[in-house]
Design a protein around this ligand. Structure first.
Ligand SMILES: O=C(O)c1ccccc1NCC(=O)[C@H](O)[C@H](O)COP(=O)(O)O
Length: 264
């Protein structure tokens, strides 16, 4: 049985093949002109960092393969506004539907409700998806090293930079980190979640962070629940954190965001 990443990669390739026939490059380019320039994602993370804390990429996440349905009462635009009011520096919005119950419309609704830079959280297997992401308004894209070879990773990053977007290059182990550091993006994410077996351990960031050169911006991702977790990760030299589930499960998302950032 293929693991979840292989399953996702398989249906993404089929999905991209269909989408490319339905929408022309000319249409995408016109949409890109209409959405205006990308908001600086990496810059906002650096500017949002405070001493002994981390800037926040807050994730709009309805469901996941590891947890099932996370939030029933799901209004992407409202949640985006709560995150902005709570002090987030950037947003992450899932658009994958089969595994996360996300949608492109969630991305568009969330981004247009705020002024924050937004990353399209999608599983990229083809550079065409980068153009599509910019047409949706994305300010950054995700490159998951466990899912792409080095040539595709570089193509995705080049395409992102061509459109003025940042590329968050995500790793989970030392081999992926070594590959990632040879690429042209200076934005590195260490995912504390093993995407193949779903185990989560904040030690992953603690162990791998020392390999990240000081001219790179480090994001600690997944499994972050408390201000204590945030403090612990701030010691690693990370600049930012990516948080979904722990905020999505709260009734008052604005207050929960402030509490996590110790701004309440
Ligand atoms: O979240 C999952 O179950 C998952 C499964 C397979 C591939 C990716 C997955 N999640 C993507 C992420 O890494 C997280 O959404 C993100 O880092 C936020 O994590 P969390 O705060 O633990 O929701």
């Amino acid at each position: 049985m293929a693991d979840i990443l292989e399953q996702i990669a398989t249906y993404k390739r089929e999905d991209v093949a269909q989408r490319r026939t339905a929408i022309s490059m000319g249409d995408l380019e016109s949409q890109i002109e209409a959405v205006g320039p990308a908001r600086g994602f990496m810059r906002a993370l650096i500017e949002g960092k405070r001493p002994q804390s981390l800037s926040l990429i807050a994730e709009v996440k309805k469901a996941s393969p590891s947890k099932g349905l996370i939030r029933e009462d799901f209004d992407p635009a409202f949640l985006a506004q709560c995150y902005q009011a709570g002090g987030a520096s950037c947003l992450s919005i899932l658009t994958d539907n089969p595994s996360f119950q996300g949608h492109e419309s969630h991305f568009q609704a969330a981004r247009s409700a705020v002024t924050l830079p937004c990353i399209r959280k999608e599983f990229l297997v083809d550079a065409w998806q980068v153009t599509e992401s910019r047409a949706l308004g994305a300010d950054a894209i995700l490159v998951i090293m466990a899912m792409v070879d080095d040539v595709l990773a570089e193509d995705l990053i080049d395409a992102a930079h061509h459109y003025g977007m940042d590329a968050l290059v995500e790793v989970h182990d030392a081999d992926e980190m070594e590959r990632a550091l040879k690429l042209r993006s200076k934005l590195i994410g260490i995912n504390n979640r093993n995407l193949r077996d779903f185990s989560v351990d904040l030690k992953t960031t603690e162990v791998l962070a020392e390999r990240v050169p000081s001219d790179h911006v480090l994001v600690a991702e997944s499994g972050i629940f408390t201000p204590f977790d945030v403090q612990r990760l701030a010691f690693t030299g990370a600049t930012a954190m990516l948080v979904g589930e722990s905020l999505m499960r709260q009734v008052d998302v604005t207050e929960a965001t402030k509490n996590l950032l110790a701004l309440a």
